[in-house]
Ligand binder design. Structure first.
Ligand code: SDX
Length: 424
């Protein structure tokens, strides 16, 4: 924090406000004192508002930079694995060899669900959207861990984080199995985190399932690329829920609900639906015109970002991974990939998109990878939620272990002035 000041003139008043600098990134003006001056700031969508201080993730949207505890996302995706990234996001530093081994072992020992949780799945219709099931089941976890939910106790927060990291793949895979009418597969301790997820998704009791290492590597990259992203809509939801003192499972369930929207985590599912609707490269121009038409609600899903006004660094890694997976599966001529590549090429040359700095985001290629692996589009956001759980929990943990105040935004009131109830 520094002692620099910003001066705001409101009417005949001149208000001095403190200015703080972070490690990197824009300075912030502390406007908390404005309420005493009888004015609020106004920023629907929080375009220019820093809602908190955080040391977890830094994004430089103009230059396509994404750092997790200072490490660039492309280096983590190439050289780390998802559980090591989980340790980094939670603890602030990369683990040494012993810490990394112990963390992997700890997570392995929490992958099973309480057997009574199976009953929650049975309450849903078989054709329920898996995000609806995941929302309900994760919120219900709080009914099983009463003895470990004192949010003021760092050890209880740590065990809760380990449980969530470990159990989300089991819950996600069981959402899929339930929708398929297939038996749930229990986690296996001899497999890596990503191999275990593929085993629980595609294995059956009828035969031994051997995860394809190229596909397991691709899944681990997808988990890393979706792990955290600063104060996005779902993470801000988790922080706001957590600011009331709500238990961590309920807070993560609120993040899952927020992520479901097509403008946020639901975009990867919407990208595949859009590519299928386009159907052929010859139709791309029609859809580009629709995306530019103000009277048409159609948007190019997987394009644009509130923060990135350059390439989303995750999209580059995702695009390379898509080519590896499709090559491994002999799907290099996948028609959807052809449409996606042509769409990207046209959009990046079109003045409308260039002027608005609309580039492919993390969701543009992830769906192509997941579909090639055999995962249905309804499961795409479930996988995003499974990965983002470590980001949500790390932000929740950072907030509750600091000097937390309940979040309570104000408003610009444009309703009716005071009026009396009409006498009868
Ligand atoms: C994620 O916040 C995060 O970090 C999110 C995320 C994470 O990891 O948590 O990165 C994950 O949510 C990625 C984004 C996934 N969503 C989509 O792909 C859906 C399509 N994209 C858009 O809905 C939109 O780009 C947003 C929601 C992502 C960003 O919206 P903004 O910042 O509010 O931008 P805007 O709506 O103000 O758009 C600015 C202009 C508008 O045109 P004008 O009014 O200036 O004429 O760009 C246009 C918009 O109409 N525009 C698009 C467009 N996105 C913006 N036009 C066509 N297609 C698009 N995709």
């Amino acid at each position: 924090m520094t002692d620099r000041k910003a001066t705001l003139s409101v009417g005949d008043k001149s208000i001095e406000l403190p200015v703080y600098s972070g490690t990197v990134g824009p300075d912030v003006i502390d406007v908390r004192g404005l309420v005493q001056e009888g004015v609020f700031t106004y920023d629907p969508g929080f375009v220019s508002t820093a809602a908190c201080e955080s040391a977890i993730t830094y994004i430089d949207g103009a230059n396509g930079v994404l750092l997790h505890r200072g490490y660039p996302i492309d280096q983590l995706a190439e050289q780390s694995d998802f559980l090591e990234v989980c340790y980094l996001l939670l603890n602030g530093e990369l683990p040494n060899e012993d810490e990394n081994k112990a963390f992997h072992e700890t997570i392995k020992n929490h992958t099973m669900l309480h057997d009574q949780m199976r009953n929650f799945f049975n309450g849903f219709r078989r054709d329920a959207h898996p995000m609806a099931i995941m929302c309900g089941v994760v919120g219900a976890l709080s009914a099983f861990y009463h003895d470990q939910m004192d949010v003021s106790d760092p050890k209880q927060r740590e065990i809760t984080g380990h449980r969530l990291i470990a159990k989300m793949p089991t819950i996600a895979a069981w959402c899929y199995k339930y929708s398929m009418g297939q038996p749930f597969m229990y986690p296996r301790n001899d497999l890596s985190y990503a191999e275990n997820f593929l085993h629980m998704m595609f294995g059956t009791p009828c035969e031994d399932y051997k995860p394809n290492p190229v596909l397991a590597n691709a899944m681990d990259k997808i988990f890393i690329l979706h792990a955290d992203h600063e104060q996005n809509a779902s993470t801000s939801t988790v922080r706001l829920a957590g600011s009331t003192g709500a238990n961590p499972y309920a807070c993560i369930a609120s993040g899952i609900a927020a992520l479901w929207g097509p403008a946020h985590g639901g975009a990867n599912e919407a990208v595949l639906d859009m590519l299928a609707e386009i159907g052929d490269v010859s139709n791309i121009d029609t859809f580009i015109a629709k995306a530019k038409d103000k009277d048409d609600p159609f948007r190019l899903m997987g394009f644009g970002h509130r923060v990135y006004k350059n390439f989303d660094p995750r999209a580059k890694v995702m695009s390379e991974t898509a080519h590896q997976v499709l090559k491994e599966l002999g799907l290099e001529n996948d028609p959807l990939l052809k449409i996606a590549q042509r769409l990207e090429q046209i959009a990046l040359e079109d003045e409308y998109f260039v002027q608005r700095q609309l580039y492919p985001n993390v969701d543009f290629y992830s769906g192509i990878i997941l579909k090639a692996i055999g995962i249905p589009t309804s499961m795409f956001t479930v996988i995003f939620a499974m990965s983002r759980t470590i980001g949500w929990f790390s932000h929740w943990n950072e907030m509750v272990s600091g000097n937390n105040r309940i979040g309570r935004p104000r408003q610009l009131y444009t309703g009716s002035p005071k009026r009396d109830y009409p006498k009868k």
